[in-house]
Design a protein around this ligand. Structure first.
Ligand code: FEO
Length: 197
């Protein structure tokens, strides 16, 4: 959902809630025993639940088609998906800026860590398309850095752009380029430190 669509959706939701509130008050003029105001109150109560269900549907869900069958890669990808979902939830619920920055930094840091591990795996296994895959990673990091700096100068407008980009890029990359090296990865031993999430 882009910035404009999100803005329109939030505006429409606010208008609907306001209209329902006013109609509910007016409906009580029909009398407390009339069912209409109570039906309207019920609708007002369930709106937040429906809204939450809609928001949850926008989160990325792990699918079998994303699995590379290489445990450490799949675990990294799941962590990245969770971080993107965490960022999306934080922006939707308008949590404080400091928290959004903190999630964004964890996401960038873990993305770099994952790319580094994946590239080591590819090098260790002499993956023939290593250079091109590494270039995709470098372009991704450059794009995230660009989104982050724009986000700091124009926060409301670019956090959604950054999120849309991250979600689309990650899913396409995991389902596309990351599957191409699978047949070449025989040695999955990696030395190195764990990364704090
Ligand atoms: Fe899993 Fe090529 O990133």
């Amino acid at each position: 959902m882009n910035t404009l669509t999100k803005g329109i959706s939030m505006f429409l939701l606010s208008v609907i809630i306001m209209a329902l509130l006013i109609t509910t008050v007016l409906a009580f003029l029909l009398g407390f025993t009339h069912p209409l105001p109570w039906i309207l109150i019920f609708i007002l109560i369930i709106i937040p639940f429906i809204h939450e269900v809609i928001l949850k549907k926008q989160l990325i869900k792990w699918q079998d088609s994303m699995s590379t069958g290489i445990q450490l890669v799949d675990e990294d990808h799941q962590i990245l998906i969770n971080l993107i979902n965490e960022l999306q939830t934080a922006t939707q619920f308008k949590v404080e800026q400091k928290k959004i920055d903190e999630i964004m930094q964890r996401l960038i840091s873990y993305t770099k860590y994952h790319f580094d591990r994946e590239e080591t795996l590819m090098r260790n296994n002499h993956y023939p398309d290593y250079e091109n895959h590494k270039k995709l990673h470098q372009e991704m990091i450059a794009k995230i850095n660009d989104c982050t700096s724009k986000y700091h100068s124009d926060q409301d407008h670019t956090i959604y752009d950054a999120l849309d980009f991250l979600k689309t890029w990650l899913i396409n990359h995991i389902k596309g380029s990351d599957r191409e090296y699978i047949p070449y990865i025989k040695n999955i031993e990696l030395s190195g430190h764990d990364h704090k999430i």
